[in-house]
Design a protein around this ligand. Structure first.
Ligand code: ATP
Ligand code: MG
Length: 426
């Protein structure tokens, strides 16, 4: 026997046991985005490596060590997208969607980062990303946050997540803060881990984002970015907070909140949960007013966020969200004529009840084995068509999840009976 080939570490198969939750999440997100007037874009998974270097920043974890970069056959350096914002800006610019316009866009799909796989952290993972261009005020920041708050409610996750917000100010404000922070860090360098030491020189704000406990402790008393904000950024942030207060959305101001990508400015936010262990951020984003220009466009204010689909699915699974089974009705038939009639009956029932999930037995078998398949399908009702039923113009109906004798229903009435017992399938 030859050696079995398995999936690559960190690349997951999403199997029938999980896809209903994925689809429930995706459909709910799409519904909420529709309700706010956001439009979907579908973008390539592969982009020029340069795009990510110039947007995410050379001295970030992603670009330094997490990208799947390769040369294609022409010798061009390509990268599997580690996030969606850069590609969205690239596409928006390329197709003239951004200049002097407002756009509300979203996308969904796989992202790739070479990280250490663990619960909630994978090498191929999925994000749903949302971006708004051409609006510089706190009103659109608030809209994004309200939209996510509505989504958590729709998913039954409102109690599981909390909102943290912060303002990173302008690049100039950040530069003066950076100097103060570096001075603070230098005095405590022996308490920082290697990663923090390295970042202290290259990207000191990222030290605030450390997950190392000893380094975290050393950060107590570090200067606060809030004290270095420029006046405009401060007013922007206060207005955002006021809008969230008006809407009754609760938040925590976290002056330590920074994001792992360089392009953010002013508002940043994260929705976090304590219910998933270490990988607690399920949705994160912020404003990136400088990015469009940095990628060669005209100055264009922008704000966006991305949700981690795997983490949200884990949360939904943990909450035990009840979803409809894949099959409502299992139609079984035995005998040549009955099997032939069953094919047509199944189509007639699907015509009458377009939302009905009807599985027709295939591959023959005794009624005993067909009942086993019906049970495994998750159906609540089995329909039985044998030679006797056919001769009498009836269909047997057995409620599979109730202790009840099999009934005999005239074939013309079967759609009506199913409609009454399984509401909402018409
Ligand atoms: P983290 O701090 O958890 O590494 P990040 O700051 O790198 O997150 P972003 O780039 O902002 O994350 O991505 C947005 C969201 O995508 C995250 O909040 C998370 O839910 C999800 N995410 C990021 N990286 C991964 C991964 N490797 N596997 C699964 N989900 C991920
Ligand atoms: Mg990360």
């Amino acid at each position: 026997m030859s050696k079995r080939i398995t999936a690559i570490r960190g690349f997951n198969d999403i199997l029938p046991a999980d896809t209903p939750l994925w689809r429930h999440l995706e459909a709910t997100v799409a519904g909420v985005l529709d309700a706010y007037g956001y439009q979907q874009v579908r973008l390539p998974i592969v982009e020029s490596t340069e795009l990510f270097k110039r947007s995410i920043g050379e001295v970030t974890d992603i670009v330094e060590k997490e990208m799947y970069t390769f040369e294609d056959r022409n010798g061009d350096s390509l990268t599997l997208r580690p996030e969606g914002t850069a590609g969205c800006v690239r596409a928006g610019e390329e197709h003239g969607l951004l200049y002097n316009q407002q756009q509300r866009l979203w996308y969904a799909g796989p992202m790739f980062r070479h990280e250490r796989p663990q619960k909630g952290r994978y090498r191929q993972f999925h994000q749903i990303g949302v971006e708004a261009f051409g609006m510089g005020g706190p009103d659109i920041d608030a809209e994004m946050i309200l939209m996510t708050a509505r989504l958590w409610k729709a998913l039954g996750l409102a109690d599981a997540v909390t909102l943290e917000i912060n303002s990173l100010g302008t690049p100039a404000a950040r530069a003066s803060y950076r100097a103060a922070l570096v001075e603070f860090l230098r005095a405590r360098v022996d308490q920082l881990d290697d990663d923090c030491r390295r970042r202290m020189d290259t990207n000191p704000l990222r030290v605030l984002d450390t997950k190392d406990e000893r380094s975290k402790a050393a950060l107590a008393g570090a200067p606060s970015l809030a004290d270095y904000l420029d006046e405009e950024s401060r007013a922007h942030f206060e207005r955002l907070c006021a809008l969230l207060d008006d809407a009754g959305v609760r938040y925590v101001r976290n002056p330590r909140l920074v994001r792992g990508l360089d392009y953010y400015s002013r508002t940043v936010f994260e929705w976090v949960t304590t219910e998933l262990g270490a990988q607690g951020t399920v949705c994160a984003g912020g404003r990136y007013d400088g990015l469009v220009e940095q990628l060669g466009g005209k100055p264009t204010p922008a704000v966006g966020f991305a949700m981690g689909v795997e983490r949200l699915v884990l949360l939904l699974a943990q909450k035990g969200v009840a979803l409809a089974p894949a099959v409502d009705v299992y139609l079984m038939a035995s005998g040549d004529a009955a099997e032939r009639r069953a094919v047509v009956l199944a189509e007639e029932l699907r015509n009458a009840l377009p939302r009905l999930r009807l599985q027709l037995n295939a591959g023959g078998g005794s009624f005993k084995s067909q009942f086993k398949r019906a049970d495994r399908s998750g159906a609540s009702i089995a329909l039985v068509l044998g030679d006797d039923e056919l001769a009498n113009g009836v269909v047997g109906l057995k409620m599979l999840r109730e202790d009840q004798a099999q009934e005999s229903i005239p074939v013309q009435q079967i759609a009506g009976v199913l409609d009454a017992r399984l509401p909402g399938r018409k």
